[in-house]
Design a protein around this ligand. Sequence first.
Ligand SMILES: Cc1cc2nc3c(=O)[nH]c(=O)nc-3n(C[C@H](O)[C@H](O)[C@H](O)COP(=O)(O)OP(=O)(O)OC[C@H]3O[C@@H](n4cnc5c(N)ncnc54)[C@H](O)[C@@H]3O)c2cc1C
Length: 413
Amino acid sequence: MPKLTRRSLIASSTAALALDGSKGSGLVLPDRWDCVVVGAGVFGAWTAERLRAAGQRVLLVDAWGAAHARSSSGGESRMTRTAYGADTVYTEMAWHSLPYWQALSDVAGLPIFHRTGVLFFFESEHPYATATMAAHRAMNLSTQLLDARQMAENFPQMDFSGIAFGLYEPKLGALMARRAVQTLVDRFVRGGGSYLKAKIIPPAPAKTLDAIQTAAGDTIRASRFTFACGPWLPKLFPAVVGSRIFPTRQEVFFFAPPAGDDRFGPAQQPGWADFNGGDLYYGFPDLESRGFKIAFDKHGPSIDPDKGDRTPSPEGLADVRAYMARRFPGMAGAQMVEARVCQYENSANGDFLIDRHPTWPNVVLVGAGSGHGFKHGPEVGRYAAQLSLGTLASPEPRFSLASKGTVQDRSVH
Ligand SMILES: Cc1cc2nc3c(=O)[nH]c(=O)nc-3n(C[C@H](O)[C@H](O)[C@H](O)COP(=O)(O)OP(=O)(O)OC[C@H]3O[C@@H](n4cnc5c(N)ncnc54)[C@H](O)[C@@H]3O)c2cc1C
């Protein structure tokens, strides 16, 4: 079995460091790592960074690179909001994650957090909105309840026909997803963490797990492992999560705003979601001039992240175009400038999975971001790192493997 060489690790670490043109690292090469994290998406990267900050010698491994094009974290932008209806566990996680995103944004050179504000709007009174306002008042958040007239005054570029009211979160906004994860991995490596580009093969059944293998045949030994493999987690652990995580195909479109028109830019247009009975349309302003983003949040058909067709469909495009023309009349007929096919990796109801492997207590499984996980990265990483190190004060039952159903029935939005 070939051994991992200093050169292969340094080459990979340098690749992470090269994100901002820097070179070199104080790389430590133990025969046995304290912690290995597999998967450098938003969940794995934050877990690795939290473990490193706790004084562990950490190796972060990814098969294709941090926030690569097919990963769930690899998109342009992700919304951060604290509106979660009665699911206050996520309100709190989003809120407590925000300062970490802001701090990362402050050191990144280019913005990671755009405080555009976020507007959720509703056709009529809705339990989700009522519960959100109650939770936000209890937490003393600055969310505003706007009636249709106030929304029309504040956001005249939008047509609120048929809309009764909205919830506006002035302190929330958009995270630049790919940049965020790559910046975080860069900081992790600069802080003494190690990063390796390698594909890990599914661990074979055994009584204990103290080593994993790369597809190239290298062995990586560690005391603790975290697998944060997004939509690939079912491929690594088919017996444990194969029937509990459902990757679905999701399309995202970007359109060019009219020339010289700033109504759809981040100074005037907030991030937004049309609650639409739970099947949200949502989008972002023209962030960094990359296009006005719009997507339909309803779960698409199931997808294999390695083989699924990533060509956006004409039907999906026609659907968001029709919606955009209705709600954003100034964008009607706008030229499409980019489209992507991503995937959600859903649990049955939308709750995350952050739990120990049922056979191996030194292995933590992290995933099921379920289309809303990105914003929670810092808190997911904290929770997973504490679980791995045995310092977690109060486990959240909703994140347990035992709570994960095998039939899709979405309830978290
Ligand atoms: C279109 C879209 C819109 C979204 N919008 C929002 C939003 O507005 N707000 C929000 O908060 N969330 C949003 N989400 C959800 C959020 O992006 C995801 O929940 C989150 O990115 C999941 O991160 P992850 O780290 O679990 O997975 P990933 O980012 O997929 O990372 C998993 C990593 O594991 C690696 N890996 C897998 N198998 C192996 C292996 N065998 N060996 C080595 N490495 C491996 C992969 O290469 C990958 O890099 C959205 C998702 C999508 C797709």
